[in-house]
Every structure is written in structure tokens, then in C-alpha cells.
Design a protein around this ligand. Structure first.
Ligand SMILES: [Zn+2]
Length: 322
């Protein structure tokens, strides 16, 4: 499944035949991508490496709220398109959704510039918030591997899980005709880290076990992120966030942080017809439980609380350890 659909855990290959294998489009317009050396990040910077457009909002949302409110530079790398075996418009809507969410978090208009970052031979689409270029989103657009990692029909069964365990040697983007090996994907992540120079690297659950109910893409992306951050020598913290399983843990996101996390996710939900765009609807779905929870995984190395920045909102750590 795409990650967080209404029938999560049950839907696979709904629209087989609607998509050709790796729809190819015109080449992306190549423009110089802003590098982080050009950004001013006195409050520090965070790179989030996640699987699907919405993992950041659901599983790291409280930390994301604090990072943005604290004036940190934030770059989120979405490794898969989260396509759910649906036509391209669906994953494009999800990308539009996370853009709306970050605009909501920042309090600025939902206006973004597009550039193509050339990274170790790959062209990566980068969107930067016009009113606050400290916020940028990168879309690698690899296939959604489905909950169990067996892949989806429209992307010929490719998945990050298979790439990681060697079942396939390469994985192709859902658009643009690019191909990644496992080593090549890690190389891209390392290059992105070196470019952005974060003092915090966040990802999903690098401590879990495949088949325990979380999404295969979450584990695979977290494993690739772990490899990448190990090669990134700038001092940094490395934090993994638990995925689906947090629904069974105590609520620990409350107050204004919860309000902002919800607001950002609901902004996203306006674009994802498989998700929820109003709180009452979310309450009948897994998202309702995920929104009020955030847990880091064992082995995470959280960074110290940053020094207060002039004009910055106080940081509120809502995440508990596990
Ligand atoms: Zn996900």
C-alpha cells in the first residue's frame, strides 16, 4: 500500500494496467539548486529522510513543529513517491499536500520554487518555500513497495525492501527514467547530507523488524538513512521515529504542539483523497491515533536542546523514548 490509505494493510494493485512501467516524461528542467551553503541556519538544521509524503507529518510531526517554530532549517527527503499503484496524479497530489502542510507550519503562503539538484548523477526535484527558503523538500520518487515490500504492479514489483536485500539490483523512479542501485541511493543521501550540513538527521524506524506491522518502506528507508549518516562526518544526532506501532502506545503529543501538528496534517489531507482532511474523519482512521503520539526508537541519539534563539518559540519535546 502507499503508506497510509484508508484500508491500510489491505489494498494492493488496485489499478493494474493503468500505468506503464516507469512512465517517462520530458526531461526535468535543469536549474541550479540552492545549496545549503547559501542558506542561513543559525538555529541549526535538520534533514528528515522518510519514505512517504506524510510520514514526516504523522510520525515526526511534533518534532517538525518544534524545528520550524525554532527557526531551524529543515530539509525533508521523500524517498518514495507513495503512489499506491495509482496514476501519477495521486502521488503528485501527495507532494502538493506536504507542501501545503509545510506552508501551514511556517505560516507563509503556499508558494514554492522548483529546481533540479544534480546529485551524484541523479536529478532530484527540489522544492523551496518562497517566503522561507530554510524549508525545502526533495522528492526522489522511487516506487511505493507496499506494506510487505513485495512491490506494486504498476512499478513492476520493485521495492526498496527488495533493493536492500539484493532481490533486485536497481530500482527505477516512477517518472523521469532514473535508476538507483542500493549503493547509489546511499551515495545520494550522503551527498544531500554533506550539502545541507545538518546537525540533526531524522528518519523512520531503524530498530524495527520487517513483518512486525510497520511498512516495509519505513524500515528500508531508515536502514539506508542509517548507512548514509554513518558516512556523514559532521557532528550530528541521529533519531529514528517509530511508525504504525505507536498507535498502541500512550498519547504523548498534547497542547499547542498537537494543535499545530494536526493543522499541518489536515492541510495535507486536503490533497490526499485516501486520507483525512477534517479531524472528525481522522478520528475514525489510524491517523487519529498517530497524530497524538510520537516515539523515538532505541539507539537514537537526540541532540541537546538548542540555545534559545532571539524571537524563536520555545522548543517543546513531546517525544518519549521507547
Ligand atoms: Zn509511510
Amino acid at each position: 500500500m502507499r503508506g497510509h490509505g484508508p484500508a491500510w494493510g489491505t489494498t494492493l494493485a488496485i489499478l493494474t494496467g493503468c500505468l506503464g512501467p516507469v512512465a517517462s516524461t520530458a526531461a526535468l528542467p535543469v536549474a541550479p539548486a540552492p545549496t545549503m551553503a547559501e542558506a542561513s541556519c543559525p538555529a541549526g538544521s535538520t534533514v528528515d529522510i522518510i519514505a512517504h509524503p506524510d510520514d514526516d507529518l504523522l510520525f515526526q510531526g511534533a518534532t517538525l513543529v518544534s524545528d520550524v517554530a525554532g527557526g531551524r532549517c529543515v530539509r525533508t527527503v521523500y524517498v518514495t513517491a507513495g503512489g499506491d499503484d495509482r496514476p501519477d496524479w495521486y502521488w503528485r497530489a501527495r507532494e502538493a499536500g506536504v507542501e501545503a502542510a509545510y506552508a501551514r507550519l511556517s505560516g507563509h503562503a503556499n508558494e514554492w520554487t522548483t529546481a533540479t539538484a544534480a546529485v551524484t548523477g541523479h536529478a532530484i526535484t527540489q522544492r523551496t518555500l518562497v517566503a522561507d527558503p530554510r524549508i525545502s523538500l526533495l522528492f526522489l520518487r522511487l516506487p511505493d513497495g507496499g506494506l510487505d515490500g513485495q512491490g506494486l504492479a504498476s512499478t513492476r514489483g520493485q521495492s526498496l525492501k527488495k533493493l536492500r536485500d539484493g532481490s533486485i539490483g536497481t530500482i527505477d523512479t516512477v517518472v523521469g527514467g532514473q535508476s538507483f542501485t542500493a549503493a547509489g541511493l546511499v551515495d545520494v543521501l550522503v551527498a544531500l547530507l554533506r550539502d545541507f550540513a545538518p546537525d540533526a538527521v531524522h528518519t523512520l524506524d531503524f530498530d524495527g523488524v520487517d513483518g512486525d506491522g510497520d511498512h516495509s518502506d519505513h524500515y528500508a528507508v531508515a536502514a539506508f538513512a542509517a548507512e548514509a549518516q554513518a558516512r556523514y562526518s559532521t557532528p550530528h544526532s541521529f533519531v529514528g521515529f517509530e511508525g504504525y506501532g505507536i498507535a498502541g502506545l500512550p498519547e504523548n503529543v498534547v497542547g499547542p504542539v498537537l494543535d499545530q501538528k494536526r493543522a499541518a496534517f489536515l492541510a495535507y489531507g486536503q490533497y490526499d483523497f485516501l486520507s483525512c482532511g477534517v479531524l472528525s474523519a481522522c478520528g475514525r482512521r489510524p491517523e487519529g491515533a498517530w497524530l497524538s503520539r510520537e516515539y523515538t526508537v532505541a539507539g537514537s541519539t537526540p541532540r541537546p536542546l538548542p540555545a534559545p534563539q532571539p524571537g524563536a518559540a520555545p522548543r517543546s519535546d513531546s517525544a518519549g523514548g521507547s
